[in-house]
Design a protein around this ligand. Structure first.
Ligand code: AHR
Length: 695
């Protein structure tokens, strides 16, 4: 965190601290005396943009996504599988998320250690229906907080099964309400034989089925006997109709952000809670029945339905470049086991194999394997990150040697790949024996820190190692599933600083990306996109990213406010803190952590788009009051009338939810009299993007 330069004297008006930026004060002695307490609006400010002095270029891949299995991001999230605990390994003691259905009959379900031969399926669900039973008996899956039903929708069911006696059944599959009273769709699956076999069926809802989540999948029979099930899977329609694919609504939200890269598979998920549960990519490819599943560091079991190839296809479907993080010997275990030297060597080879799986031709071992898995065409790859947050979990002392092993092996085979170190710019005493191409900075910050860090990289050594800001969010105090508008203001201010410093910051991505908002779905407070089984929504911070990423621009233009209103700590946006946990004897939490100010009241980044010639202004007003601006575009022959823009403005606590997914969204506007010099007012607590046509 950058210390805030002290201002010699704050200009106090009406006992409220409002100051002028020191540089501007030098240029404009006594120019600014703003009353922050003015309930109407602030005095005018001029924004000067030097269109004829293009500065640094912004990497086309500047905006991307960071992802991992956290908060039910894939299982119960993006990955469209609807059956929870489909391979019965979530809990070794009981078939969690499954229940027995008995309607006029009798029967039971239980876990049984009966493997399916030649697969990774070790455990089955045994359904026993005694001879005396006469009614309907079955096994029901509750899904990830329900099974979403929509009208006119076809669901693809598959499962492995075998029976104790020949021709057991017939078996019926149904999607029905949790109380069993309404059957939305059903299919007769036929009779089950005594050898393990994969069965498939489709189930279609009618055009009148009301959208709902309080539903279950039931596999049932009216015939006494014993049946074993494994890998029970149910898919709704997926994005681009990919088998084993992704949820359409969430992919559409992501597509609207126009992300250019996907950092995966983590985050902590790459490292795993221990060696056995690292992201072992070789166990995440191929048919689903060959994937053993593993425990995520976020304390639930991952189905690994979102495996390496699915990550790559997700990237491909949205036109994103993969940014691959490879396992580097560290785990989320406080350093209990760190692999180095000879012990790490096989994992360096794993990384090379992984890169070959991603990029290799079908004449290579792992490229051929990718083709066998269904994707002959290689994927693009330019960046590989070695590990994740190796400054944690006692990883620092061994990171240089671990990084060097990966660096040497990867550069020898793939000299054009750019290697990212997980050491941060603030780890100044860390020495790399091999110079990384980029450092990965991570920031989870309060609003005051986000505002002050809008200037973090202004003073970074221009000859220093380039930066990938691989995780960031204004999320503190940690409250809520998704950010409130106050956090989005911090995010937007921070992003103006990242764009302005695009000569050294090449790429950035917010984290975490997803949260399932159901009780128990969240391990991390404040995430970009929320959902339940039926509905998804973008947060105010999502809309900031969407606005900025769709209006990136290619080259930064010098832009400055005159005068720049300054705010005291008491005047910046505040996110209400959740009540502190009751811990008898604990010292009271600091109610006012982080930088104390003064803070800029306005933030800007101006860019120009090569193709269209448009000048794009990104403007953030963190003042409570509206801010009239005189726009002064220098060095441009033409600025057309009717410029268009979008503004995100609302109460600081405004959020979107499943119940109100679009409570706060950007509003489009037109500026009829736009020209090289025009006025425009920024609402209080707002983020605006304006596009000015110069051709
Ligand atoms: O984004 C959540 C977690 O924060 C990531 O898994 C980890 O890299 C960071 O500590």
């Amino acid at each position: 965190m950058r210390p805030i330069p002290r201002i010699a004297a704050l200009v106090a008006v009406c006992s409220l601290a409002v100051a002028v930026h020191p540089q501007l004060r030098a240029q404009q002695p006594g120019a600014l005396r703003q009353a922050q307490g003015n309930p109407e609006r602030s005095r005018g400010v001029t924004l000067t943009v030097a269109v004829d002095r293009p500065g640094v270029r912004i990497d086309p891949n500047f905006y991307g996504l960071m992802t991992e299995e956290i908060n039910f991001s894939y299982d119960g999230g993006l990955y469209a599988e609807l059956i929870r605990n489909r391979t019965f390994r979530d809990d070794p003691t009981q078939p969690v998320h499954w229940s027995v259905v008995k309607e006029g009959g009798d029967g039971s379900i239980a876990l049984d250690k009966v493997p399916v031969p030649d697969t990774a399926l070790t455990t089955a669900l045994k359904l026993e229906v005694p001879a005396r039973s006469a009614g309907r008996v079955g096994a029901a899956n509750e899904g990830y907080w329900g099974i979403p039903v929509k009208p006119d929708t076809t669901y693809r069911l598959s499962f492995w099964a075998k029976a104790a006696a020949p021709d057991q059944g017939p078996l019926t599959a149904s999607i029905e309400s949790t109380d069993g009273r309404t059957v939305w769709a059903h299919a007769n699956v036929g009779r089950i034989g005594t050898r393990w076999k994969k069965y498939t069926a489709t189930l279609k809802t009618s055009g009148t089925a009301a959208p709902s989540v309080t539903n279950r999948l039931v596999l049932s029979t009216r015939t006494p006997g014993t049946t074993w099930f494994s890998l029970v899977s149910l898919f709704p329609p997926t994005y681009k109709d990919r088998p084993n694919g992704n949820r359409v609504d969430i992919m559409e939200l992501l597509a609207a952000m126009k992300p250019r890269f996907l950092r995966f598979p983590g985050g902590n998920y790459l490292e795993g809670p221990n060696y056995e549960n690292r992201f072992n990519w070789k166990e995440t490819i191929g048919p689903l029945e060959q994937r053993p599943t593993h425990l995520s560091p976020w304390r639930y079991r991952s189905s690994d339905g979102m495996g390496l190839l699915e990550f790559l296809e997700w990237a491909e479907d949205l036109g994103m470049e993969p940014l691959l993080a490879v396992y580097a010997g560290l785990h989320i275990d406080n350093g209990a086991r760190i692999l180095t030297g000879d012990e790490l060597k096989p994992h360096v080879q794993d990384a090379l194999d992984e890169i070959e799986y991603v990029t290799g031709g079908t004449n290579t071992t792992w490229g051929a394997r990718r083709a066998k898995d269904g994707h002959p065409k290689p994927f693009p790859l330019r960046y590989v990150e070695i590990g994740n947050e190796d400054w944690l979990n006692r990883g620092t002392a061994t990171y240089d040697s671990r990084f060097t092993m990966f660096y040497d092996a990867i550069k020898a085979k793939y000299p054009s790949l750019r290697i990212i170190s997980t050491m941060r710019t603030q780890d100044r005493t860390f020495t790399h024996t091999r110079m990384p191409d980029l450092l990965d900075d991570h920031f989870y910050v309060t609003i005051p820190t986000a505002l002050s860090q809008a200037h973090l990289y202004d003073t970074y050594d221009r000859k220093g190692t380039k930066i990938f800001v691989g995780e960031w969010a204004t999320n503190n105090p940690r409250t809520g599933d998704t950010p409130m508008h106050a956090f989005a203001l911090g995010d937007a201010a921070w992003l103006t600083g990242l764009e302005r410093n695009a000569d050294i910051v090449l790429m950035n991505c917010y984290a975490p990306l997803f949260v399932n908002v159901n009780p128990g779905g969240r391990q991390w407070a404040v995430n970009l996109i929320g959902y339940d089984a039926l509905t998804s929504f973008g947060s105010p911070s999502y809309y900031v990213q969407k606005m900025f990423s769709s209006n990136r621009g290619d080259v930064v233009l010098p832009a400055s406010f005159d005068p720049l209103p300054m705010l005291a700590r008491d005047d910046i946006p505040v996110a209400p803190a959740p009540p502190p946990p009751a811990r008898p004897g604990a010292p009271p939490a600091n109610p006012n952590p982080g930088p104390q100010g003064p803070f800029d009241g306005l933030y800007v980044n101006a860019t120009r788009e090569d193709g269209s010639g448009d000048v794009i202004l990104k403007l953030v007003n963190v003042q409570a009051i509206a801010q009239p601006l005189r726009m002064d575009l220098r060095g441009v022959a033409t600025v057309r009338r009717n410029a268009v823009g979008e503004v995100l403005a609302d109460a600081l606590t405004a959020v979107n939810t499943v119940a109100e997914p679009r409570a706060i969204v950007p509003t489009p506007f037109t500026i009829a009299d736009s020209s090289a010099s025009f006025t425009h007012e920024l609402p209080g607590h707002s983020v605006s993007v304006i596009r000015l046509k110069t051709r």
